[in-house]
Design a protein around this ligand. Structure first.
Ligand code: ADP
Ligand code: ZN
Length: 711
């Protein structure tokens, strides 16, 4: 087994990360321990590194079985961008290309080989001449008919363990349910595999559910502060995807529709454009997403209610794989419920489908922490409310809804339980449409009893009454509203009803809008880095997020690295990427910072000079890093201010910014270099391990000491 240090060095060197995410380390240890493993991690949890990192340290080849050709190419490109030798074999290649791969395999020029299960025979000719150190089976649930993406070709994979009994196998999937899990292990002939079950909690995903009226307006509002951010809108019908894409295009967004009815070439193009950030928004039916490994999807909207929680969770899981905050928004409408109920009734196992739909509906209707409901669905219980769902952020205030309930219920009673929600509301609000007049409803006692409540609010209240069991929808009878045993208690026994105050919902919207304005105001280095990334990705012909993901760009924005050493410390920067892209990004950061300083100078020296501002913050006790963030300056700029302030006689203690060991090293270097007078010789002397600011500080302190001594 390699030593720990080697594992961590490899993590930084090739993947650019300093630490592991939960479970990654123990899985990797188990592989080096020759154990078989089953890994259950949610989408975006970080499954790939679990076999990619060991592959680099194991002597032979790691085989990766993967179901989707598109995904394979993407992964191999990603690995190559990190300086890792990888290749894939699938039916799209010609004989020459395959011969080339044989050659590379025999010459040990490949560490990871991706294969579709159908292409396993490719290896028959050379099995005896190569060493296979690890077998990884991605999307392993495809082997099981219990799972949701069964692939017949996967069922032959069990033979791998028979053929290589001593090679560890790692099977990976995001499908949690128990039956599937055991089935995977049995079929792969690894019945005693260690099972690593990661938490399904994706804390970075904000959860929000809104009523589904005026959806398009709501979407445009939601997108207002999301220009240039990528997202997916899932819809139930093909028609909706097209209608939405068009609406979004008309509003200046780069959006496309994606569904099974669009021809294959157009679909792959859309997918490719989305991966490459050329399209920002895909309006899709559920067919979209499985083959997509894009880490910077910033938001996911469900235009319609999904048919079950598994699907919903998988789809929102495509947002924020890079771990950055991402938003999800689900629209909840009863028309959707009706539609889905019809689908469920037509399906083979009606009962199961209806029960699953019911859970989905309960989630959408919930007035308590949504994440708790989601995770409990996957068998995971959390004690605390999450704080990152709409209910947590804005817990409903309840009002006494008894009178409202009585009005609605008695109206349902008077129309003899023969009308759907819309007509009931029309009657209470005294409208004069054809249905009302034709049925003589204007003569009812409840006609016009509540014009003071807006139509939309009535709809919300009635939905709440349904959720609380005071009314039910007869789905098989044109969705008419019916009374229940509970409603009789309200009508005849004076039972009290609590309803959530609808004003809360309005308030929540206001909050969203104020936040937006703040965001727009700050000049944005991230945006600049994003554009640079796009440009570089086009030149290199790889997806933008494979250059650096959004999390890495955010770190650059925060820490403003301006030297190679600083740049290498950014999470997500490994050796290869440093070499390929480091100088471009550093230049962009330096340019941005100096542009800002120039603008500030132009902006008006009267406002007080920049050194003074730094001094004030310093006196308040802020660290260099905090001042840099607060003032949106590079740390090196803040350092230079501190030095200037010191020179001009301000009371700034330089010793706190440097260790005595560093001062001592510089002192020795000064003698050795014979006091060269400029910084560069020192910089080279320390082989760039000490940055210019530290050097400057050390030299100033040394100079001060000398002066004091002389005095
Ligand atoms: P999965 O296959 O489980 O959906 P991936 O392997 O694609 O997830 O990883 C999701 C994202 O998380 C990728 O952008 C990856 O680079 C990043 N990632 C993985 N491991 C780490 C880590 N230890 N530290 C930071 N980011 C990581
Ligand atoms: Zn919550």
């Amino acid at each position: 087994m390699p030593v720990k240090q080697q594992i961590f060095d490899t993590l930084k060197e090739y993947f650019g990360y300093d630490s592991f995410r939960p479970l990654q380390e123990e899985i990797i240890d188990a592989i080096f321990d020759q154990k078989d493993n089953l890994v259950i991690m949610p989408t975006g949890g970080g499954k790939s590194i679990c076999y990619q990192l060991p592959a680099l340290l194991l002597p032979g080849i790691t085989l990766v079985i993967s179901p989707l050709i598109a995904l394979m190419k993407d992964q191999v490109d990603g690995l190559k961008a990190n300086g890792i030798k990888a290749a894939f074999v699938n039916s799209s290649q010609n004989e020459n290309e395959q011969q080339e791969i044989y050659k590379d395999l025999l010459e040990k020029n490949i560490k990871l080989l991706y294969l579709a299960p159908e292409s396993l025979s490719f290896l028959d000719a050379i099995f005896s001449q190569i060493e296979i150190s690890l077998i990884a089976i991605d999307e392993a649930h495809c082997i099981s008919a219990w799972g949701h993406d069964f692939r017949p070709a996967y069922t032959q994979l069990g033979y791998l363990k028979n053929k290589f009994p001593n090679t560890p196998v790692i099977a990976l999937t995001a499908t949690a349910d128990k039956a599937t899990r055991q089935d995977i292990c049995n079929q792969l002939n690894i019945p005693h595999a260690l099972q690593h079950l990661a938490s399904f909690d994706r804390k970075n995903l904000g959860l929000e559910v809104r009523p589904g009226n005026k959806r398009i307006e709501q979407i445009l509002d939601f997108l207002e502060d999301k220009k240039n951010e990528c997202g997916i809108i899932y819809c139930l019908s093909r028609k909706t995807t097209e209608m939405l894409a068009e609406k979004l295009q008309n509003n200046g967004f780069k959006a496309e529709a994606y569904h099974a009815g669009i021809d294959h070439a157009k679909r792959s193009k859309t997918q490719e454009h989305f991966i490459n950030d050329t399209i920002e928004i895909v309006c899709a039916t559920i067919a979209f997403g499985m083959g997509i490994d894009k880490s910077n999807v910033r938001w996911v909207i469900h235009y319609n209610l999904p048919k079950n929680i598994e699907g919903y969770y998988q789809e929102i899981g495509r947002a924020g794989r890079d771990g950055l905050p991402s938003e999800t928004l689900l629209f909840h409408s009863y028309a959707d419920v009706v539609q889905l109920q019809k689908f469920a009734n037509m399906s083979g196992n009606q009962e199961v489908q209806l029960a699953k739909l019911d859970r989905m509906k309960q989630y959408a209707d919930s007035l308590s922490c949504r994440r708790k409901i989601l995770l409990s669905y996957f068998g995971e219980l959390i004690e605390e409310d999450c704080g990152n769902c709409d209910v947590c952020k804005n817990p409903p205030v309840f009002i006494d809804g008894t009178v409202i309930a009585q009005k609605a219920l008695s109206c349902v009673f008077r129309v003899k339980e023969k009308e759907p929600i819309g007509t009931i509301i029309d009657i209470m609000r005294g409208s004069q449409n054809a249905t009302i007049v034709d049925n003589g409803y204007q003569n009812l006692k409840t006609y016009g009893i509540s014009k003071d409540i807006a139509w939309r609010d009535w709809q919300q209240y009635i939905i709440q009454l349904i959720n609380q069991g005071y009314l039910e929808i007869a789905f098989h009878k044109n969705n008419v509203l019916r009374l229940t045993a509970l409603s009789k208690k309200v009508l005849f026994d004076g039972e009290k009803v609590s309803l959530a105050n609808l004003k809360e919902f309005e308030k929540r919207k206001e909050v969203v809008i104020t936040q937006k304005e703040d965001k727009g105001a700050a000049p944005n280095l991230f945006e600049k880095l994003r554009l640079l990334r796009l440009e570089l990705s086009r030149e290199a012909g790889i997806p933008a997020y494979q250059i650096f993901n959004d999390a890495t760009l955010k770190e650059m924005e925060k820490f403003r690295p301006m030297t190679d050493t600083e740049f290498m410390q950014i999470s997500g920067v490994g050796r290869q990427k440093m070499q390929n892209y480091g100088s471009d990004f550093i230049k962009a950061i330096i340019d941005f910072s100096s542009e800002k300083t120039k603008k500030k100078k132009k902006g008006g020296p009267k406002k007080g000079n920049t050194h003074k501002e730094t001094l004030e913050l310093y006196k308040e006790g802020l660290s260099i890093e905090e001042i840099a963030i607060k003032r949106q300056l590079a740390q090196s700029t803040v350092f230079s201010h501190i030095l200037k302030l010191h020179e001009s006689g301000e009371d700034v203690d330089l010793n706190q910014f440097i260790s005595t060991a560093d001062i001592e090293s510089v002192r020795k270097a000064k003698i050795e270099l014979d006091d060269p007078g400029t910084l560069k010789p020192y910089f080279d002397h320390f082989e760039q391990a000490m940055d210019y600011n530290t050097l400057k500080i050390a030299l100033t302190i040394l100079k001060n000491n000398e002066t004091t001594k002389k005095v």
